[in-house]
Ligand binder design. Structure first.
Ligand code: SF4
Ligand code: SF4
Length: 151
């Protein structure tokens, strides 16, 4: 008889996950590496398609992941302790979904076994990026991404 193992993200709290498990929750969409604008009154966050200079526009991955904080001081590194506060993450982000007790989407690489499935499902920003070096005014690059609020 075959038995199926309950996946780690359904059985472990964030702080119980190994580093590899924690990292594997990231689907590689690249959305959190986009510049965002925050409405000073409402706290609403709007996304642009302007990429952090370290985001590889071909792969949607950070080019200097291990040294990212040194090179981009305002890069926010998610940790198990504070992820539940990051309501500005996209609705599709596994960290946010799990923090909100929601299931992962069927295209998540952990479910498909393919790192490309996030791109194939049209969730990632791959192919629609503009480098911050070329972008100019962020207001000219707002995108319609259903997000959230900092408040
Ligand atoms: S939004 Fe979430 S899933 Fe997407 S790149 Fe950022 S951390 Fe990873
Ligand atoms: S430094 Fe890397 S991880 Fe941080 S926002 Fe830029 S591309 Fe993303």
């Amino acid at each position: 008889m075959q038995t199926t193992k309950t996946p780690f993200w359904k059985t472990k709290k964030f702080e119980q996950m190994s580093k590899d498990e924690w990292e594997s929750l990231c689907d590689g969409c690249g959305l959190c590496c986009l510049h965002k604008l925050e409405d000073a009154d409402s706290g609403e966050v709007s996304y642009t398609n302007v990429a952090c200079r370290l985001l590889d526009t071909q792969t949607c991955r950070c080019k200097k992941y291990s040294g990212r904080k040194k090179l981009v001081p305002d890069c926010i590194i998610l940790t198990p302790e504070d992820v539940s506060k990051f309501h500005w993450m996209p609705e599709t982000c596994a960290y946010r979904l799990i923090a909100e007790d929601k299931p992962l989407y069927s295209w998540h690489p952990l479910l498909t076994g393919s790192a490309l499935s996030v791109h194939e499902a049209g969730i990632s920003i791959i192919g629609n990026l503009i480098s911050e070096r070329d972008a100019g005014d962020l207001q000219d690059h707002l995108i319609n991404l259903k997000t959230c609020s900092l408040k």
